[in-house]
Design a protein around this ligand. Structure first.
Ligand SMILES: NC(=O)c1ccc[n+]([C@@H]2O[C@H](COP(=O)([O-])OP(=O)(O)OC[C@H]3O[C@@H](n4cnc5c(N)ncnc54)[C@H](OP(=O)(O)O)[C@@H]3O)[C@@H](O)[C@H]2O)c1
Length: 266
């Protein structure tokens, strides 16, 4: 659905994956509030339309809706085609965790996690960059996690986020001087649908470890302004990840296993 009007001044466009809930909804609202039009990408068509109406009412935003499953090649191709036409901002936010042990998890689910958390990020970034580089202007936020910085907690999810961090850091070097910014956003626990969807029990997580969506979006925007490639929202997580770099990896693995309960998650 495209609702652009020709008599309207041209606005910059932000494409956000996974805006039907949580952090992605926060990014969509933030960019809408800054005067961007949106391309909204997810599987839940009803929620995509609800969000588009809300953004229209709140900010006068025009939204394009792309119903796409990023676990499928066809879904990724649909989004890549739109990105090749040019956007100012890409937020690779869609992603999910899973519960249970790796050795009993459904291999198809593990593969789709890799496809959404990793393949889609790589493919959509590849699609967005040529036009951004040609216009010497653009921003890509790849949503990773503190889990990608601290080893020893779960397996496939942390590994997928470690890929996103390493990929983004590598890319930032290559993009120096092009006018295009990339960021790996590494939040800790955020109150969203993430844990419920994954079936992960969170009731024992101490209150100070929780971040709000608004807090994470604000930290990401500030760090983009400061040209920080790795954004870690919240003082508690800045301390934790700094400590994680300073102590031996074996100790980090043992501690994250205790604090983060390494069992029962992939
Ligand atoms: N919550 C946390 O504690 C936390 C911490 C660190 C990092 N993160 C990361 O933050 C990002 C956003 O997560 P969240 O916490 O906001 O979770 P959420 O509330 O569960 O939202 C996930 C979003 O991703 C979309 N999505 C999931 N699978 C998809 C697929 N196959 N194709 C297209 N879209 C898909 C969902 O949309 P549909 O269901 O409509 O498709 C939804 O909009 C993720 O990358 C997550 O790994 C979260």
């Amino acid at each position: 659905m495209s609702t652009s009007h020709s008599d309207r001044p041209v606005r910059p466009v932000a494409l956000v994956t996974g805006p039907t809930s949580g952090l992605g909804a926060g990014f969509a609202k933030k960019y809408a509030s800054l005067g961007y039009d949106l391309v909204l990408v997810a599987r839940d068509e009803v929620r995509l339309h609800d969000l588009a109406s809300e953004l229209k009412t709140m900010f006068g935003t025009e939204s394009e809706i792309l119903v796409a499953d990023l676990a499928s090649e066809a879904g990724r191709d649909t989004v890549a085609l739109r990105l090749e036409k040019g956007v100012e901002v890409l937020v690779n936010n869609a992603g999910f965790g899973t519960s249970g042990e790796f050795w009993t998890a459904d291999p198809a689910l593990l593969q789709s996690q890799l496809d959404v958390n990793v393949t889609a990020v790589m493919r959509l970034t590849r699609a967005a960059l040529p036009s951004m580089i040609a216009s010497a202007h653009g921003t890509i936020v790849n949503v990773a996690s503190v889990a990608g910085l601290l080893s020893g907690r779960g397996s496939t999810y942390s590994a997928s986020k470690a890929y996103v961090i390493s990929f983004t850091e590598g890319l930032s070097g290559g993009l120096a001087g092009t006018g295009v910014r990339v960021q790996a956003l590494c939040p800790g626990f955020i109150r969203t649908e993430f844990h419920e969807r994954a079936g992960i029990e969170m009731s024992t997580i101490p209150k100070p470890m929780w971040l709000s969506v608004d807090q994470v979006v604000a930290a990401s925007m500030k760090d983009l302004g400061d040209d920080k490639v790795i954004s870690i929202p919240g003082v508690q997580y800045k301390v934790l990840t700094t400590a994680g770099r300073l102590v031996p990896k074996g100790l980090v693995r043992r501690l994250t296993n205790i604090v983060g309960r390494g069992r029962g998650r992939t």
